[in-house]
Design a protein around this ligand. Structure first.
Ligand SMILES: [Fe+2]
Ligand SMILES: [Fe+2]
Length: 167
């Protein structure tokens, strides 16, 4: 019969994860993990070298961010392992500056980049039906938005936009 579909290994059944989509997700999660390491290092260093009375409050907040970023790294590494991948050991580079304001600006830019990436990652996880990962990523995203807000507040600037339509 002409309408009968051939049996074939290349045919994806609904709900069946595509191997290449999983590999893409693993690679992207390793980029996320490298960004989490970058954040851990940056917050550890910045919170200790920030000087000046006006920066002391944000320095304390950066110390809190450090431990949250470590939790994120542990969750992402665990999920990479669950998907059959190997967690990276290499962080994204950390920029340094003698100026406190510049360091906070680097952090803010990194958080904005991280938020954009996690939004994308949630879509990828849902596309393959990995709802548990999507759920974990949503919780991380909430904390990243708090970090972004803390940094924007310390700099006295608007929270950078992350949505394509400019919101
Ligand atoms: Fe994080
Ligand atoms: Fe963060």
């Amino acid at each position: 019969m002409a309408t009968t579909k051939k049996k074939g290994a290349t045919q994806n059944r609904p709900g069946q994860s595509n191997k290449s989509q999983i590999n893409e997700l693993i690679d992207a999660l390793n980029e996320d993990l490298a960004r989490e390491y970058q954040a851990i290092i940056a917050y550890t260093v910045y919170s200790n070298i920030l000087t000046g009375a006006e920066w002391m409050k944000i320095a304390d907040e950066l110390k809190l961010h450090t431990s949250e970023e470590l939790q994120h790294a542990m969750i992402i590494a665990d999920q990479i392992d669950y998907l059959g991948g190997k967690p990276t050991a290499v962080p994204k580079p950390v920029k340094l500056s003698d100026k406190a304001e510049e360091m906070i600006r680097f952090d803010l830019d990194n958080e904005t980049e991280t938020i954009k990436n996690y939004r994308q990652r949630i879509k990828q996880a849902e596309a393959i039906g990995h709802y548990a990962l999507a759920e974990q990523l949503r919780k991380i995203l909430v904390q990243e938005q708090e970090h972004q807000h803390d940094l924007a507040t310390a700099l006295g600037v608007d929270v950078p936009r992350v949505f394509e339509d400019g919101a």
